[in-house]
Design a protein around this ligand. Structure first.
Ligand code: AMP
Ligand code: MG
Length: 415
């Protein structure tokens, strides 16, 4: 007789899991290889950005007070390309040609774009004109990017826990930060259990199916910043699972994830192996899909035994493993933002907190949702049709057309 502990609510299971995770230690990396990594210390601007007053246009640097009527004419006293060091001060009563990004000479208080002058030669690579006609009145400060206007020395520009995406890389590059302090990436051992599983290109024998979970779960682990250690396919034998767990420990991983063999079938040996190699903390959650979810540890390494059905495996990963990996990886936030959609069709649920594959679209000023198709926990086609997961709260058994439900975007690029 199998001792069946009470079902945990999703929130309780999440809380118990998250309590087991603390952010990984940090390491210093060259900026060039740090994208996708999680910043471990605030980024403080070491200098002003931009570092000097510079022109935002190709044009002429002038002193506004030198002109009292328009069109006005000034002799051209010099030429300032970008990257040519500090220019001489602007002689009174003259203009200097200046290119975008070049330092504004001392004495100049505006740049007049070349388009607002009679200079038609510069854009064709022509020589420096002897004088320039300025067609219209000029505002002091025009077309000058002031030193420190973007970021000031000493200013905190990035907070710890942010992921270094393209924008953050740009800020760190602009500030001349050659290295960054990032959290170490979570290392995750992954294996699939099941005697029926084969991976391509091995042909399928009678009664065999393709291993899906190692591919979906590896992709999900990497998406959330983890590094996968693939331990392959493991047979439904206690010794085989024990050996895989021992291999994972020997690799020194931070987390172990397996799929299948955690239900109440005759060959569901994962919990038994876990209890001999470590400890099982809980294994049933009031969630659909995915009731059997084993969580425990092998020595000190947290272990997730996800359900075998591919959709259950992936959705329990989203709900339980994802926040754990984000927290472990040093992210400032690990909760997934929920939005609200109006139902276009009725829904039935069994009272468990349910995650339904849905298509969400924006219509008439709000999100609307309909099912992405067969919600069976082995049905993969509706998973790729879906762009969202509708969350039907526990205890809710019927949702009518026009009622609203919370949803998550499935694979939001930023979380
Ligand atoms: P189990 O939890 O072992 O009873 O597996 C539940 C269902 O998921 C069974 O139909 C298995 O064949 C299937 N399954 C288990 N592991 C995988 C996998 N890695 N890829 C695809 N299907 C799987
Ligand atoms: Mg099985």
């Amino acid at each position: 007789m199998i001792n069946q502990p009470p079902l945990l609510s999703v929130a309780e299971a999440q809380a118990r899991i998250l309590a087991r995770f603390t952010p990984l230690p940090t390491e210093t990396l060259p900026l060039a290889v740090a994208d996708g990594r999680v910043l471990a210390a605030p980024a403080i601007a070491s200098d002003d950005h931009p570092p000097f007053n510079n022109s935002s246009m190709d044009g002429y640097a002038v002193r506004v007070a030198d002109l009292d009527s328009f069109p006005g004419v000034l002799p051209v006293s010099g030429d300032i390309p970008a990257g040519s060091g500090l220019p001489d001060p602007l002689p009174p009563g003259t203009a200097m040609r200046i290119m975008t990004g070049a330092p504004v000479p001392v004495g100049a208080d505006a740049v007049v774009p070349v388009e607002d002058t009679d200079d038609t030669a510069t854009r064709l690579g022509g020589p420096l004109p002897a004088q320039i006609t300025l067609k219209q009145p000029i505002t002091p400060g025009a077309c000058i990017r002031q030193r420190g206007h973007d970021m000031r020395a000493g200013q905190r520009v990035l907070t710890p826990g942010v992921v270094l995406g393209p924008a953050q890389m740009g800020v760190l590059a602009a500030l001349g930060q050659a290295e960054v302090l990032a959290h170490r990436q979570p290392r995750v051992a992954l294996f699939s259990t099941g005697n029926e599983l084969r991976s391509a290109p091995a042909p399928l024998g009678p009664g065999q199916i393709r291993d899906v979970n190692r591919y979906t779960l590896a992709a999900a682990i990497r998406r959330y910043g983890g590094v996968v250690h693939d331990l392959g396919l493991v047979r439904d034998e206690v010794e085989a699972v024990q050996a895989a767990l021992a291999d994972a420990c020997a690799l020194g991983v931070d987390v172990i994830v397996s799929s299948a063999g955690v239900s109440v079938g005759a060959y569901d040996v994962v919990k038994t192996a876990l209890e001999t190699e470590g400890a099982l903390e809980f294994w049933r959650v009031q969630m659909r899909p995915g009731k059997p979810l084993a969580f425990g540890r092998v020595r000190a390494i947290p272990f997730f035994g996800l359900p075998g059905n591919p959709v259950s495996a992936l959705l329990t990963f989203e709900v339980f493993v994802r926040p754990a990996l984000l927290k472990l990886g040093g992210r400032a936030r690990w909760d997934k933002p929920a939005h609200t959609a109006v139902m276009l069709e009725p829904l039935e649920s069994d009272g468990r907190e349910s995650y339904l594959r849905a298509v969400v679209t924006w219509q008439n000023g709000h999100y609307t949702a309909h099912s992405a198709g067969d919600q069976g926990s082995a049905m993969l086609a509706s998973l790729v049709r879906a762009n969202a997961l509708l969350i039907v709260p526990a205890e809710v058994t019927h949702v009518a057309v026009g009622e609203t439900l919370p949803f998550w975007w499935l694979y939001e690029p930023t979380v």
